[in-house]
Design a protein around this ligand. Structure first.
Ligand SMILES: NC(=O)c1ccc[n+]([C@@H]2O[C@H](COP(=O)([O-])OP(=O)(O)OC[C@H]3O[C@@H](n4cnc5c(N)ncnc54)[C@H](O)[C@@H]3O)[C@@H](O)[C@H]2O)c1
Length: 442
């Protein structure tokens, strides 16, 4: 045995014995206290289970003459067997328990311990404390205790979002894919609220039309600029992002919206278009975000918005490349948010948007199987929701709300059932009649 392996063996042995010489030093006292508490709780259970003789009314057998059932603590009706007081019968104790309990001295203090339902909650907590550390469990409980606050907050934000709105006046916004569709509609709204906007797109002619539309919706002198750029080209993207910030100032609100779809099954699509889908829908986000994030971090002020898709939340037949790119965009957003959290940059926000199909033309031909349950979205409505989510610093926007059920079902149900449900929702056939923007996809 080498010196190193001997040292490692000694360290692990002493750590196992509770002599905390290893790097993960922990006091043995809390663990001992937990074990003692667990034993005490078990004792309490034993006492409860054996204080009464099987078949006899428990309030008589256990000496609780006042009338409360010692087993379930209920006055009058025993919950454990659901009978009336006069019939309350306690289940017989396992044969080992009476002899164990007989060896224990009477413990009046234990009768003050909480009743069985509370213990059922307490035991997992104690187990968790033994597996991690008591302090970690306290922190965990503190985190969980905040749930009602955030639940109430999101209900309030749903009912009256304007209560939570931040101003976007004076912000400098860059919208990729801003020459049409959702990008242009969002730009119009932000410009109307006083933000300077740069539309960045590969389609020069559409950009010229879009800037006129944005100014018409906001004000003739609204600060709206255009930069032509193909986002699948990394160097061109860096240059375009620099140019955009020279025109309008340092970007404080970036909307990664540009996107394409091939709409073909994996084996029918060309390699080139599939690579392009990943490049525009996902990889370009790296370059645009890297162009603006350092200044946002320094000022501790900024907002990155990712327009992903419901197709990033689950697979769709005929959309493998698109789904892959949108799933990448979803997790990219989450990672940036966590990086900001780690750095303590509470002023740099992120929002990811996952819409179902929107009637912009991008998915022309696609039909919803159950339109009354899951309808195609109107572009104007979707743009309003996106701007509202940005102004609330909302982390995630799923449109329509029924999409929130997707992760819940995937977490709760067996995967074959999820696949059946997806088929029932039309996920296998939804792309059958896809036409899309024909010339752009060629
Ligand atoms: N329309 C939908 O049903 C739907 C559903 C979910 C998510 N989305 C997403 O919403 C976003 C906007 O979609 P839309 O419906 O407004 O689409 P759209 O086709 O109307 O607009 C997309 C814009 O991106 C631009 N663009 C495409 N490739 C580019 C490139 N290489 N460089 C620069 N610009 C490029 C296009 O010129 C166009 O102006 C996309 O990311 C899309 O994936 C759309």
């Amino acid at each position: 045995m080498t010196d190193d392996s001997l040292t490692a063996a000694i360290e692990s042995a002493t750590a196992a014995l509770g002599k905390t010489s290893g790097p993960r030093k922990r006091s043995g006292v809390p663990t001992f206290a937990i074990v003692a508490l667990v034993v005490a709780l078990a004792w309490r259970f034993c006492s409860l289970a054996t204080n009464e003789k099987a078949g006899e009314p428990c309030w008589e057998a256990c000496g609780h003459k006042a009338g409360a059932c010692a087993f379930c603590g209920t006055e009058g009706i025993c919950k454990s067997v659901g009978r009336r007081k006069s019939e309350c019968v306690v289940a017989p104790a396992p044969p080992l328990l009476p002899s164990l309990v007989a060896m224990l001295p009477p413990a009046p203090a234990l009768s003050m311990l909480p009743p069985a339902p509370a213990l059922a909650l307490l035991l997992p907590v104690l187990l968790l404390a033994a597996l991690s550390s008591p302090l970690a469990v306290v922190k965990l409980l503190f985190i969980l205790a905040k749930t009602p606050y955030y639940a109430l907050r999101s209900i309030a934000a749903f009912l009256a979002p304007s209560l939570f709105y931040k101003s976007v006046a004076g912000e400098v916004t860059i919208v990729t894919g801003g020459a049409g569709g959702i990008g242009k509609l969002v730009a119009q709204r932000l410009c109307t609220h006083g933000s300077s906007v740069v539309l960045l797109d590969k389609d020069g002619a559409a950009l010229d039309r879009a800037v006129v539309d944005v100014r018409a919706a906001a004000a003739a002198n609204a600060k709206c600029f255009t930069v032509e750029c193909d986002l699948s080209d990394r160097e061109a993207t860096y240059i375009a992002m620099r140019r955009a910030q020279e025109l309008a100032g340092p970007c404080t609100l970036l909307i990664n919206n540009a996107g394409i779809v091939t709409g073909k099954k994996l084996l029918d699509g060309s390699d080139k278009l599939q690579e392009l889908t990943m490049a525009v829908n996902a990889t370009a986000h790296f370059w645009t975000v890297k162009s603006v994030l350092p200044a946002m971090i320094e000022a501790n002020h900024g907002h990155i918005v990712t327009i992903a898709s419901s197709a990033g939340m689950l697979g769709v037949a005929g959309l493998a490349d698109y789904c892959a790119s949108k799933a990448a965009a979803l997790r990219f957003d989450e990672s940036i948010r966590l990086e900001m959290r780690k750095m303590g940059k509470t002023g740099v926000h992120t929002t990811v948007v996952c819409p179902f199909f929107i009637k912009t033309g991008m998915f022309d031909g696609v039909q919803a199987k159950w339109p009354r349950l899951l309808p195609l979205l109107e572009p104007e409505w979707a743009a309003d929701k996106i701007v509202s989510a940005i102004r609330c610093n909302q982390w995630e926007l799923l449109m329509p709300r029924i999409l929130h059920i997707v992760p819940v079902l995937r977490g709760l149900l067996p995967l074959p059932i999820c696949a059946d449900l997806a088929e029932w929702f039309g996920v296998l056939d939804t792309m059958d009649d896809f036409k899309g923007r024909a010339p752009a996809q060629a």
